[in-house]
Design a protein around this ligand. Structure first.
Ligand SMILES: Nc1ncnc2c1ncn2[C@@H]1O[C@H](COP(=O)(O)OP(=O)(O)OP(=O)(O)O)[C@@H](O)[C@H]1O
Ligand SMILES: [Mg+2]
Length: 267
């Protein structure tokens, strides 16, 4: 049976200046799901997340959250208060009234989980962007968050750091089948890490589909000015040059699929 992590019913929201963003929006997120929340700049992704986190108040409607929430934002700088990485993680525990003698072990475990064991005594300011995002993820994990929000958390990172963060999220999600991931991203390849993709446009949900289905619907992506994966663009470029009987199936949109198709078909 599907258990809901988040249930949004008929949510309406306007800013203080009267500008309406959401009208009667409903959305249900299942526990354990990895959902990518996508849409062009200004479509309302961050505001929806802030509403779910309780940082904004709906004008009407309800948001039910059957889980502890954690969030990782785009700019790693803004998220830290601790003098060291260790302190930063300890803050999460202090708010949970965990016995002090259990804290060092829990911190050690979390550092291992995020691959930051060597940085316990480092100042968060001195870490690289990717390391900072790891610590931000650690802070959410140590709170026992069962829903992790990411708001363009990899967009400031170099390609390798980006890959290592998305791999870390993938590992955590695999380890814990009840962990729900809501990832706000503009990166077409990142969307494919999730099972489900919800597209916002001007505060409305215009698509809610399996990620693979959305990212294969090239006409829809073009029409709504959303990005295609690199492989999907490459496949259409190659197909333009190929005769009908030699076309690569347009359902191939990821590196993995292209690779296995090329290796199997010997074309
Ligand atoms: N405090 C505010 N007052 C009025 N309008 C606002 C306020 N904050 C955001 N908006 C508007 O609300 C809309 C949605 O903004 P939001 O930041 O949620 O979009 P987004 O989908 O996260 O965009 P991006 O991809 O650029 O991060 C935008 O049109 C924005 O200008
Ligand atoms: Mg945003």
């Amino acid at each position: 049976m599907m258990v809901s992590a988040i249930v949004i019913n008929n949510l309406s929201f306007s800013f203080d200046d009267g500008q309406e963003l959401f009208r009667q929006l409903s959305l249900q997120v299942n526990r354990g799901e990895w959902l990518s929340l996508v849409g062009r700049n200004g479509s309302g992704k961050s505001t929806l997340m802030r509403l779910i986190l309780g940082l904004e108040t709906p004008s009407s409607g309800t948001i039910k959250v059957a889980a502890r929430l954690g969030a990782v934002f785009q700019n790693p700088e803004d998220q830290f208060i601790g003098a060291t990485v260790e302190d930063e993680l300890a803050f999460g525990l202090e708010n949970q009234q965990i016995k002090p003698e259990l804290m060092p072990n829990k911190i050690k475990e979390t550092l291992q989980e995020i691959g930051m064991s060597d940085y316990a005594k480092s100042s968060p300011d001195q870490l690289s962007g990717g390391q900072k995002q790891r610590v931000a993820i650690g802070s959410a994990l140590i709170l026992n968050a069962d829903v992790l929000f990411f708001d363009e958390a990899t967009s400031m990172l170099d390609p390798l750091a980006r890959e290592s963060i998305i791999n870390l999220i993938g590992k955590l999600h695999k380890q814990n089948p009840n962990l729900t991931i809501i990832n706000i991203t503009h990166d077409p390849d990142e969307i494919l890490w999730g099972q489900r993709a919800v597209v916002l446009e001007k505060g409305k949900i215009i698509a809610d589909e399996p990620a693979k289905v959305l990212m294969s619907d090239i006409d829809f992506l073009h029409h709504h000015q959303l990005g295609e994966t690199f492989v999907s663009k490459l496949v259409s470029k190659i197909n333009q040059k190929r005769s009908l009987n030699r076309k690569i199936p347009s359902s191939i949109i990821s590196q993995k699929e292209l690779l296995s198709w090329l290796l199997n078909s010997n074309k």
